[in-house]
Design a protein around this ligand. Structure first.
Ligand SMILES: NC(=O)c1ccc[n+]([C@@H]2O[C@H](COP(=O)([O-])OP(=O)(O)OC[C@H]3O[C@@H](n4cnc5c(N)ncnc54)[C@H](O)[C@@H]3O)[C@@H](O)[C@H]2O)c1
Ligand SMILES: [Zn+2]
Length: 292
């Protein structure tokens, strides 16, 4: 496959890639970073599952990356939904319930407070790969949800997208979705899963999430790329930087001269592309970085 085809696929389709290079430690000079942040006019905060880890929401990599015996990322695919919609719905029911009980942590709150304080002087955009809704619940306003939202459904027939906060989302999922590794498969009949209520439709609903192998919404992608193209500073928070297209955003910004600072508990394949690296739980490092 030629390089341009790979990069054009990466531009729109959610894929996982292997580490590009060995990460190396960058500057971790917090006072210097804060000076640069002060003079920035356009700031992007790009977040991933790691920012919600301290709220008790498992990431896809590391110890929390399994649900039952399945690797979580393998259930977030159109193929898994075709093969077993009930198993995938149990997984998403579990994720909806966990996220609904979780609270935004100091990392989410620091971002929302930073926007509230400086959002009139600076353009501050939060681009998240997360689907848990915690940025909104923390108070973030200018938010781009790249991969959808756990509390939205899409009809597989008429394609209608609706907000749905029901718990459980349907009767058959009540008490289901336990992550216990000894539970195998799912015996919920498809007719008992969530279905479209639109007159004359009745199609099977699916989570309105961009699954691995699917295209991102072009309008959402354009908005994110526009913010990335002009920002002076980008904070990359709690993302493994292996899920494309989001993984290419910050390295591209760094390559055109924007200052990029990474906040993670461990180096990622992109760390060596960036100017700053602040190691540690972002519930601790972000409030410090975003405070006056
Ligand atoms: N909360 C969510 O909404 C959620 C949860 C799991 C997966 N996902 C989805 O899975 C895909 C995974 O990509 P990803 O890069 O976002 O996540 P990921 O699971 O691939 O990586 C998580 C990253 O967060 C880091 N991390 C963990 N705890 C941290 C902490 N306390 N502070 C700072 N960093 C921490 C890890 O080292 C890792 O690099 C995305 O498409 C995303 O939509 C979302
Ligand atoms: Zn429908």
């Amino acid at each position: 496959m030629c390089i341009s085809l790979i990069s054009s696929i990466r531009r729109t389709i959610l894929i996982c890639s292997f580490p590009r290079i060995m990460a190396s430690r960058q500057s971790s000079d917090m006072p210097k970073f804060k000076e640069a942040l002060k003079s920035a006019k356009e700031v992007v905060i790009l977040s991933g599952a790691g920012i919600s880890a301290e709220s008790g929401i498992p990431t896809f990599r590391g110890a929390g990356g399994f649900w039952r015996k399945y690797q979580a990322a393998n259930l977030a695919t159109p193929g898994a939904f075709r093969t077993s919609p009930s198993l995938v719905w149990e997984f998403y029911h579990y994720r909806r319930e966990v996220a609904a009980k979780a609270q935004p942590n100091p990392g989410h709150i620091a971002i929302a407070q930073y926007e509230a304080k400086y959002g009139t002087d600076k353009t501050i955009t939060v681009i998240t790969q997360n689907v848990d809704g915690l940025h909104v619940r923390a108070g973030t306003k200018n938010l781009i949800e790249l991969h959808g939202n756990l509390y939205k459904t899409r009809c597989t027939k008429c394609k209608e997208v609706l907000v749905n906060n029901d718990s459980p989302i349907c009767e058959a999922l009540e008490g289901r979705g336990a992550p216990d590794a000894t539970v195998v498969g799912s015996d919920i009949p498809v007719k008992s899963l969530p279905h479209c209520k639109k007159t004359g439709c009745g199609g099977l609903l699916r989570p309105h999430i961009v699954w691995f192998g699917e295209n991102l919404d072009p309008a959402v992608m354009d908005k994110a790329q526009a913010a990335m193209a002009t920002c002076d500073i980008c904070l990359v928070v709690g993302t493994s930087s292996v899920v494309y297209p989001a993984a290419m955003f910050a390295p591209q910004a760094a390559a055109r001269g924007a200052i990029v600072a990474e906040f993670n508990i461990e180096p990622t394949p992109a760390t060596s592309d960036f100017h700053y690296y602040f190691e540690g739980p972002c519930g601790t490092t972000l409030p410090e970085a975003l405070a006056d």
